[in-house]
Design a protein around this ligand. Structure first.
Ligand code: FAD
Ligand code: DHB
Length: 399
């Protein structure tokens, strides 16, 4: 068996794991990142697209924001479309100058991997049989097999479980320690990528009797769009013709708006759930990102929460090495959960306000329209939406 020591063993090279490794590196703290998939696979997985102001600032501070600044799109507002009309939420006006950046998650991953490998980081791709051990001691261990089947053991001071919803870290915590809080939604999203010019300068979140639709973007030639669908829908059920017919119907306005159509080259169905595990730590193992919580995508919070978690966790780790403090590590769960539950509330609220629920009647639909009309028509309502969408302030880094 090959054995090696490091300060922080990071499981998972998603946004949480890679951001944590980059922050620690800049603070002079060593880490090893383990990832079950290949570099090509993680750099090609299509997921989220909206970065909060705080995530943008973090990318810039970490020296990985250069391409994002060049190729990403700053959005200073978003459109809510309901009852065939548009209402705009102006972010800077309502939040004291903040905005969001539309820049795809896999581009963030590419930038982080390039920066980490460029600085000589130890990232092991395509590892197998990862297990975490001795997490309730001062020398937790991670065992795994490398791509060529050799057995390895890492001894670390800390293990960061950044391995997403299907990872091994959360299940490794003994039964009875964790409590899960979950909400399942009776619908999913069909996401597409198509070759077309942008249909809109800003994202459009649309409520329609046929279901939710979302217009987003990726580049001047590639657009990202989503449709509410059945939670277990099959892509085979969705021909290109059916997809465009639904977009045209759900996005129709009184003045004849229509999306710009083009060749669809990617279709995926994602389920929707809200999930939080408490606590997010056990001994020297700390969970961050989707390993600890999942949000429905309507508020665009998943990636941003992963970034927020590692800000809190990295500060606790840095203070441990610099000053021997353990209080921030002990308080990691409490600090992170305050932001997580607010993002859960926002994502649940946006999801409830904008989707058609099975069995919902016209009364329900009219109440949703009234809520959207109120939220977009009142400065207090619009401000609440804008503040949450651009991301709540990062002033809570301590319990
Ligand atoms: P992940 O990105 O899941 O990264 C975890 C990494 O760990 C993965 O690379 C995985 O391969 C690796 N891994 C897993 N198990 C192991 C193991 N045993 N050992 C080592 N490595 C392991 N959010 C939005 O805001 N908007 C969206 O539109 C949106 N769309 C999404 C679509 C899909 C299909 C999914 C799954 C998620 C989507 N999300 C979206 C959520 C967002 O992408 C996640 O919140 C974000 O990726 C969380 O980052 P993470 O680093 O915590 O986890
Ligand atoms: C995108 C995803 C979201 O979940 C969202 O709310 C807005 C945009 C996107 O992938 O572009």
């Amino acid at each position: 068996m090959n054995t090696v020591k490091t300060q922080v063993a990071i499981i998972g090279a998603g946004p949480a794991g890679l951001l944590l490794s980059q922050i620690l590196h800049l603070e002079g703290i060593e880490s090893i990142v383990l990832e079950t998939r290949s570099r090509e696979a993680i750099e090609a997985t299509i997921r989220a697209g909206v970065l909060e102001q705080g995530t943008v600032d973090l990318m810039n501070q970490l020296g990985v924001g250069e391409r994002m600044q060049r190729e990403g799109f700053v959005h200073t507002g978003t459109i809510l479309r309901f009852d065939g009309r548009d209402r705009r939420i102006d972010f800077p006006e309502l939040t004291g100058g903040k905005a969001v950046m539309v820049y795809a998650q896999h581009e963030v991953i590419k930038d982080l991997v390039a920066a980490r490998l460029g600085a000589g980081a130890d990232i092991r791709f395509e590892v197998k049989d990862v297990s975490v051990n001795d997490t309730d001691t001062a020398s937790p261990k991670v065992r795994f097999r490398s791509k060529d089947d050799e057995l390895h053991e890492i001894t670390a001071d800390f293990i960061a479980g950044c391995d997403g919803t299907q990872g091994v870290c959360r299940p490794s915590i003994p039964a009875g320690v964790l409590k899960g809080f979950e909400r399942l939604y009776p619908f999913g999203w069909l996401g597409i990528l198509c070759k077309a010019p942008p249909s809109s300068d800003e994202l459009i979140y649309a409520l329609h009797e046929r279901g939710f639709a979302l217009v987003s973007t990726r580049s001047p030639d590639i657009q990202r769009m989503y449709l509410q669908c059945e939670p277990t829908d099959k892509i085979e059920n969705w021909s290109d013709d059916r997809i465009w017919a639904e977009f045209r119907a759900r996005l129709a306005t009184r003045d004849g708006w229509a999306p710009k159509e083009g060749e669809i080259f990617s279709k995926t169905v994602v389920g929707m759930r809200s999930f939080v595990t408490e606590p997010m730590q056990h001994g020297r193992l700390f969970l961050a990102g989707d390993a600890a919580h999942v949000v429905p995508p309507t508020g665009a919070k998943g990636l941003n929460l992963a970034a927020a978690d590692v800000r809190v966790l990295s500060r606790a780790i840095v203070e441990f090495y610099r000053k021997g403090r353990t209080d921030l590590l002990d308080g990691y769960t409490a600090t992170a959960l305050r932001r997580i539950w607010k993002a859960q509330r926002f994502s649940w609220w946006m999801t409830s306000m904008l989707h058609r629920f099975p069995g919902a009647d016209d009364f329900q639909h009219r109440v949703q329209i009234a809520e959207l009309d109120y939220v977009t028509g009142s400065r207090a309502g619009s401000t609440a939406l804008a503040e949450n969408y651009v991301g709540l302030p990062f002033d809570q880094l301590e319990p």
